[in-house]
Design a protein around this ligand. Structure first.
Ligand SMILES: *[C@@H]1O[C@H](CO)[C@@H](O)[C@H](O)[C@H]1NC(C)=O
Ligand SMILES: *[C@@H]1O[C@H](CO)[C@@H](O)[C@H](O)[C@H]1NC(C)=O
Ligand SMILES: *[C@@H]1O[C@H](CO)[C@@H](O)[C@H](O)[C@H]1NC(C)=O
Length: 972
């Protein structure tokens, strides 16, 4: 947060009314960033020149080298502006049709950072074999794909890369001629030119001409090439200009999504062109933005340079693997096309073109590149209660007791920075936390966990062993001189930062989390395996740094500047912490580590949240969109702080916020130190009872969430899915970002994020019946799309079940989720208009990795109409049929339905089956080949009817079937 902290006025400042809002002057606009200015100036010149604009970059056809065995092609590229500078282009076709395009300077004065992809990628992608590249007179081409309908073409003059499908351009690189890779040069341009001129014996006059062209292309003057000032900071730029400008055009896609994290609409608003929504480009530069705006293209805490481009015909994607600050301009020249312009400060060009052609395939292609969310600990899907701060062990115990007294479920209690003596993380303040292990054991006695904060800033004092060891090992980030330790200010006062790019820091950091004594260094003996971790401030946030972060000329391992790796930095800290938590127990357990900062690939490590939001309705609403956008970019385990970090939400707002929270993959309430206590048990009636019911709904639905996480862990499909993902051809749904589906379950949610609402409008995209989850009211959609009005009084969150779904829930209220392990299930069978339904359920021990050896249960439930009057509902094992993709992306060769976990829960039964939308009262309900069951039928609207109204409901009580075995129930 703010540098004012240093002067002791922090608390006073926060007590001020929050109309203060974001300090925009702390963060650069494009016009205050040299390379962004240069990039935009280039675009402006191209715009002005119109058709006479020509990219100076060309491919030298004589240089093309094709390696047929791995479908790779390399070629030399030149810029007519700098004929003396050499560039190398490389294209690789992956075996799933993804095309990777690399461009780098060859034999430059220095080296560009080229490791961003290696941090982001889960492994080296498999290249396709035997694709035939054909080098023609004007272009180089390859045709591939299962149907041989994808084509990649490289035009020579000017250089252009086009991904085509069915003869139409889908993604075009440098189609607008904005490609510019600023080459390394020595301090004065003249010197370079003179050197070159004398080398090549060129005529003085030619040099002059070239210079004119350069000026025309690059700008009028050397703009912030060697030094740049912002506010009171100076960024020395020892390597000089090295930015990369690249236009990416989607000529046949009129909607783009992704590039989190921004507080903005899911369908990305324009930043250039005619009357743009925003005047600055979207910025990716991980930053701790105090009281951020609820609608802005400004940077926030994390950056994922992934974009989906969507139309009713196809979806494609790009992943631009760059770790430096990046600005992205977006415009929509027509309703059906999109221009984007990516301007990065440093690094090679390393762009992955994802051919789709469906959203599902784009998710799969991106997941194969950067991985998926590892299946999280099951308890981490429960409710997390956080506050800055629970001030003592007794405070924690009291809060826990109050939850129990009020019968409110909760899984995790959190401790913010005040648990640590002088903010020296790991070191408990014994005045307030005299007994951390006993406190944690008390929490764990109810099956619960604790999450404790460990931030990346280390207090620079010799009595802090963690700092002292890091200093002795020389694994701290260095200042621009490259010598000694970079020093900045954070919560801890004078601090240094571990350089997680340095492999020497990895094992050391892992050893800090061991709970057993280590004679050679500090280990966290005052902790237990029930303590998990929260990594905050890892952008990194530095109170007295430029833009509240680390100076760009600070030095990391390998001599790289912070500018090269800034957006990756937070992911490495997060990853190494998660490794440490995983490895501290003899039998590795799934770690839970929450991060604020993230990059492409962070999904493999753990959850994120949207940072320090405000307790306002517009922040509540944009939080939903931000969580959806994170899901688009693979970062599926996401949530926003319930209640808003800043401010004191009134009870109505808090209730609505809990309704948002229970429908987020990550569900945590948090509050600033200056806010009033607002744990749900403090609410008055009727709010308290409403929130209790909301919390119980989350717990009842945990099977749905966990099953959605399983799917995400295998396919990369988001856990919360916006409309375009589920109905890619429905143009009317492209901009919808305030309602979404939960996994493949068929649950459609539209949280209320406005005051004084009693009704909500929900968009239904298809001709199908949708049932109100609570009232069983059957609504009808239309194939043309239709808006329906649903009740949304304060106690009502609009939740619909899509006809054709079977929803497994566990409806017995418990204090925490581990206590539900042996609870029975309820199945809601919501018949489609044709009388069918399906659903699945995934379960495992939720803690260890034994699921990767096959210890899990994965069932499919199906309802079919065998003939007009008979409905058969059955359960069968899914894993034996799909062992290769059952879980966590791990391919099992065989699966034993009677594995150790299945045995542990073999007595778990289905206690109730509710069938919605049957045509008429059954004559009998039997277990197939067995006795008649107890049932009750309330007549109502049938799924096949055209009318709306409360649906018919059949309740089968205690159907005498188990969750782990095959069975069928026949309703006739
Ligand atoms: C976001 O979407 C809403 C609803 O479609 C629209 O009214 C608003 O103008 C959009 N915001 C921006 C910045 O484009
Ligand atoms: C003990 O600590 C040292 C230094 O922190 C570390 O290198 C070593 O791996 C640790 N040993 C164990 C068994 O964790
Ligand atoms: C995360 O840690 C694992 C284990 O140390 C390592 O193999 C992997 O490369 C790391 N990934 C990132 C992104 O830091």
């Amino acid at each position: 947060m703010r540098s004012v902290v240093l002067f002791g006025s922090f608390y006073a400042l926060l007590a001020l009314p929050h109309a203060l809002a974001v300090k925009s002057q702390d963060f650069k606009t494009c016009s205050q960033s040299g390379f962004c200015r240069r990039g935009r100036a280039l675009a402006a010149r191209a715009q002005e020149a119109q058709s006479s604009w020509k990219s100076p970059y060309t491919v030298d056809p004589s240089s093309i080298v094709i390696s047929p065995e791995d479908s790779t092609v390399k070629a030399a590229v030149k810029s007519s502006l700098y004929p003396e500078i050499k560039f190398g282009l490389e294209l690789r076709i992956h075996d799933d049709g993804v095309v990777r395009v690399l461009l780098d300077e060859v034999d430059g004065l220095k080296k560009r950072y080229d490791e961003a992809a290696s941090w982001a990628l889960v492994s080296e992608p498999k290249l396709s074999k035997g694709i035939r590249w054909a080098a023609g007179k004007k272009e180089l081409r390859a045709v591939f794909g299962e149907k041989n309908d994808i084509e990649v073409a490289v035009d020579y003059d000017p250089l252009r890369v086009r991904l085509r499908r069915g003869g139409e351009d889908q993604i075009v690189l440098n189609g607008r001629g904005l490609l510019h890779m600023e080459h390394f040069r020595s301090q004065t341009l003249k010197e370079t030119i003179e050197e070159v001129a004398s080398d090549e014996n060129a005529e003085g006059q030619e040099v002059l001409q070239v210079e004119n062209v350069r000026a025309w292309f690059e700008g009028d003057s050397e703009d912030a090439y060697w030094e740049e000032k912002f506010s009171s900071w100076t960024d020395s730029k020892p390597k000089g200009p090295e930015s990369l400008s690249l236009d990416i055009t989607f000529p046949n896609h009129g909607t783009v999504y992704g590039i989190p994290q921004h507080a903005t609409n899911l369908s990305l608003p324009s930043t250039t062109g005619d009357s743009p929504s925003y005047t600055d480009p979207f910025r990716l530069y991980n930053a701790d933005v105090f009281e951020y705006l609820a609608s802005s293209p400004m940077s926030l805490y994390g950056s994922i340079p992934v974009m989906h481009a969507h139309s009713a015909d196809t979806t494609v994607g790009v992943f631009n693997a760059v770790g430096s600050e990046t600005w992205i301009d977006i415009s929509y020249p027509t309703k059906k096309s999109t221009h984007t312009h990516w301007i990065s400060e440093s690094g090679i060009m390393d762009v992955f073109l994802l051919p789709g052609p469906t959203p599902e395939e784009v998710f799969a292609q991106y997941a194969r590149l950067t991985g998926t969310t590892a299946l999280p600990a099951h308890w981490s899907l429960g409710y997390h209660q956080c506050r800055w701060n629970y001030v003592s062990s007794d405070d924690v115990r009291t809060v826990q007791r109050r939850f129990d007294e009020e019968d409110m479920p909760v899984d995790v209690f959190w401790l913010d920075i005040e648990y640590a003596q002088d903010h020296k993380y790991f070191i408990w303040d014994h005045k307030t936390f005299p007994d951390p292990v006993e406190m944690t054991n008390d929490v764990a006695a109810a099956g619960r966990k604790m999450v404790v904060i460990v931030d990346p800033h280390l207090k620079r004092t010799s009595d802090y062993p963690v700092y002292q060891e890091a200093s002795d090992l020389d694994i701290l980030v260095k200042p621009k001189s490259g010598e000694g330790e970079y020093e900045g200010w954070c919560w801890t006062g004078s601090s240094s930062w571990i350089d997680h790019f340095n492999p020497a820091s990895w094992d050391w950091w892992i050893s800090k989390f061991k709970t057993t004594k280590n004679d050679t260094g500090f280990s966290w003996t005052e902790s237990t395996e029930d303590i998990h971790i929260w990594n905050d401030m890892n952008e990194p946030s530095i109170f007295n740094g430029p833009e509240i972060t680390m100076p760009k000329d600070s030095i990391h391992h390998g001599g790289w500047e912070h500018r090269d790796v800034h957006n990756i930095n937070g992911m490495l800290f997060h990853n190494n912490t998660a490794q440490a938590v995983r490895l501290r127990s003899d039998i590795p357990k799934r770690p839970f580590v929450l991060t604020r900062s993230f990059f492409a690939g962070s999904q493999r490590v753990g959850a994120m949240w949207t940072g320090d939001n405000l307790g306002t309705w517009d922040h509540m609403a944009v939080g939903v969109k931000m969580v959806l956008a994170n899901g688009i970019a693979g970062m599926a385990f996401a949530g926003s702080d319930v209640g808003g970090f800043f401010g004191n939400p009134e009870p109505e707002m808090l209730v609505r916020w809990y309704q948002v929270g229970i429908f987020s993959p990550f569900f945590r309430a948090h509050a600033h130190i200056d806010t009033k206590r607002r744990e749900p048990f403090l609410l008055d009636e009727p709010y308290k009872s409403i929130v209790r019911d909301i919390l119980r709904l989350r717990y009842a639905m945990l099977p749905i969430w966990y099953t959605a996480f399983r799917e995400n862990s295998v396919t990369g499909m988001p856990i919360v899915r916006p409309h375009y993902v589920v109905f890619p051809q429905d143009t009317a749904g492209f901009a919808i970002d305030d309602q979404f589906f939960v996994g493949s379950s068929g649950i459609l949610v539209k949280p209320v994020t406005e005051k004084d609402k009693t009704e909500a409008t929900v968009y239904i995209a298809e001709d199908q019946v949708y049932y109100d989850y609570f009232t069983q009211y059957a609504y009808r959609g239309s194939s043309k799309g239709k808006h329906i009005t649903v009740a949304a009084e304060l106690h009502q969150v609009p939740v619909l079940i899509r006809g054709g779904s079977i929803i497994p829930t566990r409806e017995r209220p418990r204090r925490s989720s581990p206590l539900m392990k042996l609870d029975p299930f309820t199945l809601r069978v919501a018949l489609s208009k044709t009388g069918t339904a399906r659903g699945d359920l995934y379960l495992d021990d939720g803690v260890t990795y034994s699921h990767q050896q096959g210890d899990f249960v994965w069932r499919e439930f199906v309802a079919e109409q065998s003939h007009k009057k008979t409905t058969r509902i059955s359960s069968k094992d899914l894993a034996s049929h799909n062992p290769g993709k059952a879980v966590d992306g791990i391919a099992l060769t065989t699966f034993d339905p009677k594995n150790a976990f299945a045995k542990e829960i073999e007595e778990v039964r289905v206690e109730k089956i509710v069938v919605l939308g049957l045509n008429s009262k059954p004559r009998s309900v039997n277990v197939e080949g067995g006795a008649e069951l107890k049932w009750e039928f309330v007549p109502g609207v049938a799924a096949s009817d055209k009318k709306e109204g409360v649906s018919s409901v059949l309740i089968i009580k205690d159907p005498k079937v188990l969750i782990t075995t095959d069975w069928a129930i026949v309703i006739s």
